[in-house]
Design a protein around this ligand. Structure first.
Ligand code: ZN
Ligand code: MG
Length: 458
């Protein structure tokens, strides 16, 4: 039975405490009755700066979160550790709550990592519609991304920002008709981007502009650049994908991820893996079918005809004392760089088991709880990086030198300084603190940032 607060008899502090406690427990009825009696409770905080919204987000109480939002609470407020309710929900894995608290309100869902944006609607149902695809291919609004050796054509604008170069059908129609051309249908622009990317005009037909990626043509890179609408001198093909493809805007990166992964698949899987025969690209480049009718790959359920995605677990391992994390380095890393441990998930293995096995194999450390944080498509060539926070139950490190060069515990303070000092790329100057972290476009960086932002105040 919830009693309305007796303002005369009950101290205001006590009412606030009851309100915050009800939010934390997910008691929607009490939250509503207290709010209607004392509206000023809405954005009240407890001593560590936590609002009712943060407490409800902490414990995944979607109903209370929605009630508080309906009453107009301030969802952008941060606690004394700088975390918003959305940060708290994400940290504790309450995805439904995080979506409701999401910052990108236009589509109701956000993305958390570079390469993770979805600016196109993939329209998978249209992939088998050859007539529709043929028609879209020739439409003046259609955007083509041209790749040479799996590198997209890029152009640099006057501010020096890199973009994917968008070509129209006229610039590529001779390539598209060549037999060696691999053409992949990427999807159509979402409604809010109805303006055509190539002409700057509103789409006349009402159909949203379609995007394709092209590769596999014999023409060399230098001559392909001549097709660029911005003039060949402003354009280039990326030469070092791990560097050049990390400097795009979020939307371009989100289109590039599936485009590059699919083109890489076409290049590596030209022949049937069952019989070795020739295959043909189908369904807008989302399937390769064996030409031999009697091939077993043409019957029953199997996974050899479809593009692959390889799951990789990547772990931020927190020391049992909560104040250090385990990072490793490979010999190929730039000087001073350490990153999260990672490894491929094996067949028949859960993510949790893969995380435990990889950490044990590479560092000798045993981990207990594994909590999923966020993931990142990584189109080099086609991994899905599954980011987890793990809690270690042992701390002795014994490095497997055949896999990595070194693994060590790093103090929270040292990691925070490396993050803040921009120590996330080997700059031209001397390495200052010694520790260099991967750039912000990587999920490893985001897992570390996440851990640093989540202090003991959780
Ligand atoms: Zn076959
Ligand atoms: Mg490994």
């Amino acid at each position: 039975m919830h009693s309305a607060p007796q303002m005369s008899g009950e101290h205001e502090e006590e009412v606030a405490a009851r309100f915050l406690d009800a939010s934390s427990r997910g008691d929607e009825g009490q939250v509503m009755s207290l709010l209607s009696a004392v509206p000023s409770l809405l954005d009240r905080t407890c001593p560590r700066g936590w609002t009712a919204l943060m407490l409800a987000a902490r414990n995944g109480h979607l109903g209370v979160v929605q009630t508080l939002l309906r009453h107009g609470c301030d969802k952008n407020r941060v606690n004394s550790s700088g975390q918003s309710a959305s940060d708290v929900a994400r940290f504790w894995g309450h995805k439904d709550v995080a979506v409701v608290l999401g910052e990108r309100e236009e589509d109701g869902v956000g993305f958390e990592n570079y390469f993770g944006d979805e600016p196109l609607d993939r329209l998978s149902a249209k992939r088998a519609d050859a007539v529709w695809l043929e028609d879209r291919k020739k439409h003046p609004d259609t955007v083509f991304l041209l790749f040479s050796d799996l590198s997209p054509m890029l152009h640099r604008d006057q501010q020096g920002v890199q973009h994917l170069c968008r070509l129209g059908y006229e610039a590529v129609k001779d390539l598209v008709e060549k037999p060696d051309c691999v053409l992949v249908f990427l999807g159509v622009e979402k409604k809010k981007r109805r303006r055509s990317a190539t002409t700057g005009m509103e789409s006349v037909s009402g159909e949203l502009p379609a995007w394709f990626a092209i590769s596999g043509v014999e023409e060399d890179g230098a001559s392909l650049l001549g097709r660029c609408p911005h003039g060949e001198r402003k354009c280039s093909f990326a030469t070092a994908p791990h560097r050049d493809l990390l400097n795009l805007g979020d939307e371009d990166a989100g289109v590039l991820a599936p485009a590059r992964a699919l083109l890489a698949w076409h290049r590596r899987y030209a022949f049937c893996s069952t019989c070795g025969g020739a295959t043909v690209s189908e369904e807008g480049g989302h399937k390769r079918t064996c030409r031999r009718q009697q091939c077993p790959s043409n019957k029953g359920i199997h996974n050899t005809c479809y593009p692959r995605t390889d799951p990789v677990v990547i772990m931020l391992v927190v020391h049992p004392d909560g104040n250090q994390c385990l990072l490793g380095r490979k010999t190929i890393f730039p000087a001073g760089m350490f990153s999260c441990l990672a490894g491929f998930v094996e067949p028949g293995e859960t993510l949790e088991a893969a995380a435990r096995r990889e950490v044990r194999e590479e560092s000798g450390v045993q981990i207990g709880g594994v909590r999923y944080v966020s993931c990142q498509p990584w189109p080099m060539p086609s991994q899905l990086m599954i980011g987890c926070h793990c809690v270690a139950v042992t701390s002795y490190v014994s490095v497997d030198r055949s896999e990595i060069e070194d693994a060590r515990w790093f103090q929270r303070q040292q990691v925070a300084e490396a993050l803040l000092g921009g120590g996330s790329h080997p700059g031209p100057g001397p390495v200052q603190s010694g520790l260099v972290l991967p750039p912000k476009q990587t999920i490893a960086h985001q897992l570390l940032r996440h851990w640093i932002s989540m202090s003991a105040n959780l």
